[in-house]
Design a protein around this ligand. Structure first.
Ligand code: SF4
Length: 667
């Protein structure tokens, strides 16, 4: 497949970009002291080599009051040597590079800035930090704006091809723009014209500092998605005014960090927010960049071909696969490892103050340390088990030149990850498996499904190395009544092997139990196509349609023993899972220890005493146990036998895939 729109060059002011793919700025946690590190340079160099047109790095704090010291600092000349090294490495590898100018205002935590109060347009409490900032004095405003201009000039001096002013996501410029956070009564508050003033003056000062021919872009919220906040309509007016200030490109994203509408998780459909960019494009004449959940070249091509935007953002998509662009350009788009929007390795790590990595790409952030080198001695490698760990191990071993066979006992690859295919909003997990399967094929791995690997088979194959990735099976706690016929395993329900009655109690409220709840609660809700049809024809009232969408035909109760359900789900995704469960009317009872299961109910000890919850079906989601018997069976059959993934210890896909990757490197 060819992508003529995606791979046509574009000129932004004086900067020519070879294609339409932009890696926008993402906090990666690779600069603990604020200075550019080898880790950061290696990470971006690899993406630049992979063919992306433009890389925007950052956010780069413009002063000491609006960012973290662990970001890519640009607020002092002492950072110039590192910044030059970074821009040079990216440009030498064939991409254009820009720096994103960052001032987070009330999204800055006081602990990050030496206990000082963060600044904002007005003293409006931030739900993100739980703190109330101080309003900037009128006399302080020019100084803050000057820091933007100085940082822009520093970026230019450091060899960056362009700068981006960050005016989205609820950061300082957004705080002035929005009446939610701007309660000022001076010329910077009140009507939209006044609220735009701060951002427009920043743009003017930046333009003046860098001169007319240096590209300046602005990242704006296409809709704040906040109650009473700016919509696309105000964003268009702001963009038009910024264009008059000489801005060259609008990078259009979705809402604020405080919005309750998911922006980046798997629940957000691919290319869901392109319409926001399209709205801005209809109002301005400069380049418009569409962002959020664009992770496939065919979809990107369609956006460009339709004229919905002029460029596309592939940010996490390039963490997942640094060669995204080059693979698409050279006819290997099928082999791209797509970003699946899980956030497990990237955002969730950042929220825990850890460097970003990636579920589908364990090398992300470790480019300098983990190289896939051709093996000195070519071996026959047998991988037993076709879950993500085994598949990744097989891919890496094959990439290194080994002759690899993968044997999977069931009829299809993917293991329990494929159960996500049936869960609304979780389907992208299956994309990770499909991508691994495509790459197994591409790398020439012999894949045998529906065959149990035992001593006889291994003897016959006579491999040099065996990697045992036989995964896990569901666990069953010793609960009275667990053997009753209406008690089923969540895995069997998700696989479609077992049905359930109307009243369902799910035992276990970690990710597995909540996924089962999402699936079961969705049964009987109106399908998306039918909803679209009924809305388009105004066949029902909005209230009726919302009712049909939000309530299925099952009554679901989840019992979790711990004080908190979903404790194993990352911070960026957990709240969206709970919002969905609430929408679907799922009851979650925490601190509930199941005592017994009867034919009609589940009895559980809770803080309020023993509860009896009527149940037609009981779904067990109480964790899993490793399956690793094969290791003993294969004793003495191969020089190397390694157990990997859940077969060692059940855990999440991020860890399992990393372990598979490392095993592939080690054989
Ligand atoms: Fe995408 Fe998940 Fe990788 Fe983050 S960890 S880049 S969301 S696949």
């Amino acid at each position: 497949m060819k992508f003529p729109y995606l791979f046509s060059p574009i000129k932004i002011n004086t900067m020519e970009v070879k294609n339409r793919i932009v890696m926008t700025a993402m906090h990666l946690g690779y600069t603990p002291e604020g200075s550019v590190t080898d880790q950061l340079v290696d990470f971006y160099r690899e993406r630049a080599k992979g063919g992306v047109g433009l890389i925007l790095v950052g956010g780069c704090p413009i002063d000491e009051f609006g960012g973290m010291s662990s970001m890519i600092c640009i607020n002092d000349d002492k950072y110039l040597p590192g910044l030059r090294r970074l821009s040079g490495a990216i440009k030498d590898a064939g991409a254009r590079v820009g720096a994103q100018l960052y001032q987070a205002g009330r999204y800055t935590h006081s602990a990050m800035i030496g206990g000082r109060k963060p600044i904002s347009a007005s003293a409006v409490r931030s739900k993100l930090t739980g703190e109330t900032p101080r309003a900037l004095e009128l006399s302080e405003i020019p100084g803050v704006q000057d820091r933007f201009a100085e940082a822009a000039l520093r970026a230019k001096e450091a060899g960056f091809d362009c700068v981006e002013i960050l005016a989205s996501a609820g950061y300082l410029i957004s705080q002035f723009l929005s009446s939610i956070t701007n309660r000022r009564e001076d010329e910077y508050g009140g009507n939209l014209e006044n609220r735009m003033r701060f951002g427009l003056e920043v743009a003017r000062k930046v333009r003046r500092a860098v001169g007319p021919h240096y590209p300046v872009t602005v990242r704006i919220a296409g809709n704040e998605f906040m109650d009473g906040g700016n919509t696309n309509q105000e964003a268009r007016i702001f963009a038009q005014a910024l264009e008059k200030e000489g801005m060259d490109l609008f990078n259009v994203t979705g809402g604020w960090h405080e919005t309750r509408i998911p922006q980046l998780t798997m629940f957000v459909p691919r290319r869901a927010y392109v319409y926001l960019a399209s709205g801005i494009k209809s109002a301005v004449s400069v380049t418009v960049l569409a962002s959020n959940r664009i992770n496939d070249p065919a979809e990107a091509e369609e956006i460009l071909r339709n004229g919905e935007a002029d460029m596309v953002t592939v940010a996490r998509g390039l963490i997942a696969d640094p060669e995204f662009a080059e693979k698409a350009r050279t006819g290997k788009a099928d082999t791209i490892y797509h970003c699946i929007g899980c956030n497990q390795g990237c955002f969730d790590n950042i929220f825990r103050f850890m460097p970003a990595t990636c579920l589908v790409n364990p090398r992300a952030g470790l480019e300098g340390e983990l190289e896939i080198k051709t093996a000195q001695v070519k071996k026959r490698v047998l991988v037993v088990g076709g879950g993500p760990a085994g598949m990744k191990a097989a891919c890496v071993a094959a990439q290194r030149g080994h002759r690899v066979t993968l044997v999977e006992g069931s009829e299809r690859l993917g293991g329990q990850v494929m159960l996500n295919e049936r869960i609304p909003g979780r389907k992208e997990m299956a994309t990770a498996v499909k991508d691994l399967a495509t790459n197994l094929d591409y790398l020439g791995v012999e894949v045998i499904t529906g065959k149990k690997a035992d001593r006889t088979l291994v003897e016959k194959m006579n491999p040099d190395a065996v990697l045992i990735a036989t995964g896990a099976r569901p666990g069953m706690p010793p609960v009275a009544g667990a053997d009753l016929p209406h008690v089923v395993q969540a895995w069997d329900v998700l696989a479609g092997k077992k049905g359930v009655g109307k009243r369902v109690v799910i035992v276990g409220g970690n990710a597995g139990g909540l996924d089962a709840a999402l699936f079961l609660a969705g049964i009987g809700t109106i399908p998306p196509d039918a909803l679209h049809f009924l809305v388009a024809n105004r066949a029902e009232t909005l209230e009726t349609l919302l009712g049909l969408m939000n309530r299925g035909i099952k009554e679901i109760t989840v019992l979790e023993m711990a004080p908190k359900a979903g404790a194993d789900i990352g911070l960026s995704t957990r709240w969206t899972v709970f919002a969905e469960l609430k929408r679907l009317g799922v009851t979650i009872i925490t601190g509930a220890k199941v005592i017994s299961i009867t034919p009609e109910a589940v009895e559980a000890e809770t803080e309020e005493g023993v509860k009896r919850i009527p149940a037609d079906s009981v779904v067990m989601a109480t964790g899993s146990v490793s399956v690793s018997d094969l290791k003993a069976e294969l004793a003495g059959l191969a020089a190397e036998v390694l157990v990997i993934g859940d077969a060692v210890r059940p855990r999440n896909a991020l860890e399992a895939i990393k372990e598979g990757f490392m095993a592939g490197l080690s054989v």
